[in-house]
Design a protein around this ligand. Structure first.
Ligand SMILES: NC(=O)CC[C@H](N)C(=O)O
Length: 212
């Protein structure tokens, strides 16, 4: 048995998330209409795209409130880029202030290297977690892995301007958080699905590995 991760597939960059999750041994389903919410799933990914369009479609399709409720009740969730904006500004389940398209025009899309915040709670737990139950060897890499730079691809990215209580940085760029965790929610300003680094996915999947 492997965890099933639902990927919001209304608009934006959802296919790459599905491929990454499948490569980690997860089963994925796409959330395209309210009826899809009735299918069983253990975690959720909110992809990049255009947050205003995604929010409008969620409302129009009657998916907004049921999803908000599931997230508020503790569903393990990863939001990237527009997904971060959905969590912070629309669902308001993530106590973070974001500014959309905050990296300026010329810098609209760029690549950088960030720092994995070793001290962040759950980091050790996250390392070594995959959907595949017997991926034991991976944990021996965790110390090395944690100190490696995190590749960051920003595409008209939101900036995390302030974080509320209970929000911890997972990845920083020049000491500013670009990925955070708050309880069951992980959110990143960048696009982890486009680079070869699974640490954010592992952080999402860590609580699920106990169940499988
Ligand atoms: N790559 C992205 O997800 C961009 C986010 C988009 N600029 C927004 O405001 O929703």
């Amino acid at each position: 048995m492997s965890p099933t991760i639902a990927v919001l597939a209304l608009q934006g960059a959802f296919i790459e998330h599905e491929q990454r999750l499948q490569s980690l041994g997860c089963t994925t389903i796409e959330l395209r209409q309210a009826a899809d919410l009735a299918r069983p799933f253990d975690g959720l990914v909110l992809p990049g795209g255009e947050s205003t369009v995604q929010a409008k479609l969620l409302h129009d399709l009657g998916m907004f409130e049921p999803l908000r409720q599931r997230i508020a009740e503790g569903l393990p969730t990863l939001g990237t880029c527009a997904g971060l904006i959905l969590l912070a500004d629309h669902f308001r389940t993530l106590p973070v202030t974001v500014r959309r398209n905050a990296y300026g025009r010329q810098l609209g899309s760029f690549h950088a290297e960030g720092r994995w915040e070793e001290g962040a709670k759950g980091t050790e737990e996250a390392a070594g977690a995959t959907c595949v139950a017997d991926a034991k060897d991976y944990s021996s890499n965790s110390a090395t892995l944690a100190s490696e730079p995190v590749p960051l691809t920003f595409i008209r990215a939101p900036r995390i301007e302030a974080t509320g209580p209970g929000v911890e940085p997972l990845v920083t760029l020049n000491d500013a958080p670009v990925a955070v965790r708050h309880r069951n929610q992980i959110a990143a300003a960048f696009h982890p699905e486009l680079d070869d680094d699974n640490r954010l996915y592992e952080a999402l999947l860590a609580p699920l590995k106990r169940a499988y």
